[in-house]
Design a protein around this ligand. Sequence first.
Ligand SMILES: Nc1ncnc2c1ncn2[C@@H]1O[C@H](COP(=O)(O)OP(=O)(O)OP(=O)(O)O)[C@@H](O)[C@H]1O
Length: 327
Amino acid sequence: MTVIQAENLTKTFRVKRKAPGFWGSLQSLVKPDVVEKEAVRGIGFRVEKGETVAFLGPNGAGKSTTIKMLTGILHPTSGRLEVLGMVPQRERARLAFRIGTVFGQKSQLWYHLPPADTFALMADIYELPAKPFRERRDELVEMFGLEPYLHTPVRKLSLGERMRCEMAVALLHRPEILFLDEPTIGMDVVVKQKIREMMRLFNRKEGVTVFLTSHDTGDVEELCDRAIIINHGEVVMDVPVHQLKRDVLKYKIVHLKLGAEPDDFTLPGTEVLKQKGTGLKLKVDILKTSVEAAIGRLLERYPILDINVEDPSMEDVITTLYEAKGG
Ligand SMILES: Nc1ncnc2c1ncn2[C@@H]1O[C@H](COP(=O)(O)OP(=O)(O)OP(=O)(O)O)[C@@H](O)[C@H]1O
């Protein structure tokens, strides 16, 4: 069943340009200089029920603008859009009963109230009867491990604690689609893992369709089956994530601090990107070797004082994809 259908979707913002200073302000009042900014230019895709889709692209590609159109926050300039059989900009309130949203940069929890109160308020908004509400809330509190801070005002929670609450609140009314805009931004590895694990679980257990934007390639690798890549407001690629893993997400960047300055050395499947004193930056091709194996080989020769393993950045992924396409 198709749950999202976008055809030739465009969004053009009209932005007033103002010269600096008092005269600039006056001039823009009398004769405004309006320029048009095409944020989304004819995007089209379909998403089927239960899919986990990563909607990717560099900064300013049009991802947030598209998500805002899909959830009815922004009106498209042109094109056709249907989410769960509804036109989001016309039926935003009705759609809200069937979708959940998490915007990493914008909280939907009441800042001065504890999460328990937000749950209760959301239950009213979503018109949930008392018993099913309590059962669902308790299930979510347990799954997300919210009990220790359920009664602490949101303003006093850490980012990771708050985001776990955000996710749980977004799932309260059993949404059919979950829209996530940078859901793991700024979080430590442990919280990221927890959030990804929960999303996968709800996708499998309740068939929730996941539509996510992220600059974190780990979110894509660990949570999504399909990647739609956009740039300059257009879809440039729509591929299974296993293909991305095979073609571009096949390396890890390893930063090491050694106990001694290394001599020239080579490790299979590993490229030295940078070496400065005892600091080393390696690119490990995980199709040829593992990070553990590469570090093990190094440890045979040098003490290791510090290790940090990173996924390739989204910008690197996009660049590699373009090169592969000959773009
Ligand atoms: N309200 C607005 N008014 C004018 N221009 C806007 C507005 N919102 C977004 N834009 C512009 O539209 C383009 C796409 O922005 P959008 O936020 O959708 O990108 P994004 O892919 O989500 O980027 P990022 O990864 O940086 O969040 C950008 O050039 C942005 O400056």
